[in-house]
Structures are given as structure tokens and as C-alpha cells.
Ligand binder design. Structure first.
Ligand code: SME
Length: 171
């Protein structure tokens, strides 16, 4: 896939079709590359430049030694670096290992405000299944939007599919 892929305009008026196209582009973008940082960085860029109405898209990675999420590759304004397990939307997704779909971040107890423009958020845990450890937490994908209720169940399904493609590329 050429570098131009990240600048393509995907039509998200039909979300299912938009995510199917985004999944195809991500598969091509990551093909033949297993470097974690490179693939996280390109995934964040592809999402940020194609999904409408985002002000932040990126990753927090799980650091087992410090037992914290630490900022990884992202697009958007500078963000807080370390998040404790169970804190904020990201820490809740990591602790529960469940996608957090937050229609209004101001109503989420303990939400961590990195960018005051953010009003809704979705965080997907990156879970890698290994033969020995069952489910290993690699980190989380975090998307923020200036719109209230920007994300719905179709976004959740589409983004979880993108995370599965990303996980397959690095394991
Ligand atoms: N709002 C997040 C923190 C990360 S920033 O949005 C980039 C949270 O509550 O976990």
C-alpha cells in the first residue's frame, strides 16, 4: 500500500461500509511489518485521518513493571503520560478488559481530561491470547471526539475489528 492511503477519504455515511474499507486499508498498511511501534503509529494515523470528528486517536501501552498504562503512538494534542489501572476511561478499559463507550466524558466518574475539547470517548483494550498466559493485556486504543455521543455500537464493532487486525500483525 502506498503512503497516500493515510490521506484517502473514506465515506463514513454508512459506518459498516466505512469500517470495512478502513479494515482493508489497515490490513494493507501493516502487511509484512511486525514492528510494534511502527504498526501502532501507522494505525493511529490511519484512524485519525479517516474517521470524522476526532480530536485524539492513539495508544496507551501496559507496562507490567510499573503496573501503569504509558502513552504510546498517537495523533492529536499532547496527552497525560501515565494512567493507573482502573483510573479514567483508559484505566477502566484495561482493568475490566472491556471496551468503554462513553457518550459524555463529563458524566464518567474519574475521567482524565487531557484535551478540554473532548466530549465523548471510546477505549478498546488490546488483548492478545497466548497458549500460556490466556489473555495478555498489550494496552488500549483510545479515541476522543469533541462531539457528545460520537461513538455507538457500530463504531465499537468496527474499532474492535481494527484492533484484531493490529494484534495479528504484531504477534
Ligand atoms: N481521557 C482519558 C485519558 C487519555 S486522553 O483522553 C488522551 C481517560 O480518561 O482515560
Amino acid at each position: 500500500m502506498t503512503h497516500d492511503a493515510e490521506h484517502s477519504q473514506i465515506d463514513f455515511s454508512d459506518k459498516e461500509r466505512g469500517y470495512a474499507e478502513l479494515a482493508a486499508q489497515l490490513t494493507g498498511l501493516l502487511q509484512g511489518e511486525r514492528d510494534l511501534i511502527a504498526n501502532l503509529a501507522n494505525t493511529a494515523a490511519l484512524i485519525y485521518h479517516n474517521l470524522p470528528n476526532l480530536n485524539w486517536a492513539g495508544f496507551y501501552l501496559w507496562h507490567p513493571t510499573s503496573q501503569q498504562l504509558v502513552l504510546g503512538p498517537f495523533q492529536g494534542k499532547t496527552a497525560c503520560v501515565r494512567i493507573e489501572l482502573g483510573k479514567g476511561v483508559c484505566g477502566t478499559a484495561a482493568a475490566t478488559r472491556q471496551t468503554q463507550l462513553v457518550t459524555d466524558v463529563h458524566a464518567f466518574p474519574g475521567h482524565i481530561a487531557c484535551d478540554s475539547a473532548s466530549n465523548s470517548e471510546i477505549v478498546i483494550p488490546l488483548l492478545h491470547t497466548t497458549p500460556t498466559t490466556k489473555q495478555e493485556l498489550l494496552g488500549v486504543l483510545d479515541l476522543d471526539s469533541p462531539l457528545i455521543a460520537r461513538f455507538d455500537e457500530r463504531d465499537k464493532a468496527g474499532l474492535e475489528a481494527l484492533c484484531a487486525i493490529l494484534l495479528r500483525s504484531v504477534h
